[in-house]
Design a protein around this ligand. Sequence first.
Ligand SMILES: *Cc1c(COP(=O)(O)O)cnc(C)c1O
Length: 357
Amino acid sequence: MTQLLDDGHFFLPGPTEVRADVLAAMTRPMIPHRGRAFEEMFARIQGGLQQVFRTERPVLVSSSSATGLMEAGVRCAPPGPVLALVNGAFSERFAHVARACGRTVEVVEVAPGEVVTPEMAEDRFREKRFAVMTVVHSETSTGALTDIRAMQTVARRHGVTCLIDSVTGVAGSPVETDTWDLDYIFTGSQKALALPPGLAIAVASDAYLAQARSAAARGLYFDLVEFESFARKAQTPNTPALSLLYALEVQVAAIAAEGIEARWARHRAMAERVREWVGEHGEWGILAPQGARSDTVTAITLPEGVKGTELVAAVERAGYVVGTGYGKLKERTFRIGHMGDHTLTGLDRCLAAIDGI
Ligand SMILES: *Cc1c(COP(=O)(O)O)cnc(C)c1O
């Protein structure tokens, strides 16, 4: 039976609301992480995550927040300049991580809410040889959705490795890791997977890992080659956050019961409901342009005189949590996270509560 939240109250765009049975799984006693019971559990988790990512490859699970596997992706990527596609706070962070790892980074930047087009990236590849491109699938700070399949295609055409942050994409928006032949894609536990924060999850292609073996300064803790060789034995390189893996095991079973395509459809329906609802509020708008809107998060623009933080505080007094705008957009927007285990029924209640203010 599919378990979802028809009465959710926590619509933050991360962390998201976690079901009680998932939270309860975390109270299970410890087991040795080098034993059979662990390997059997991790194999089941792998199987579930393969359905989520639509891959037959090993899925890499790191006991870190998502940024850990963002940094790992850069450290293990081919040497040379990085082109960072920037359209908001998280894509900006990706560029920052690459710089902090000692990379030369050039940026293609568009206004928050917009998306960088494949043509814009390709123009840069024609001018100059880049080794790596960073791109954010669903830019959680603005609610803009980038076509990662098209981005991967352009990158491949120019021999550029494409690193994809799909932290609010995977498990909420269609992602076809194998069919789209993605180089490297990662997510975090606390967004559309509806788990507590603390796990990062990725898939890396064979070609990416093959070149990673010769990456000089890839370090040890975030070495994706290590992660992969352990994953193939249903193990992790170091002691994993076992309690979070218990929760993950319960959640991948719930996702399998729902079906990943049904999960994508549910997210699409919630996104459409929010867009319709915004349309019913004359002066409100949606920050991201039509055709490039996220299935998991919507940033709503407010008219002069309505302050985002004040609205969000009033919503909280009415019993619901939504997100303020991010960074520079703090007062001009607010954000609804319609992802994870929320349903249309639960979302409608939240929207009605906002209308009641
Ligand atoms: C939340 C988020 C991150 C950061 O994840 P952490 O788990 O805080 O490291 C990165 N990218 C996107 C798009 C996000 O939404």
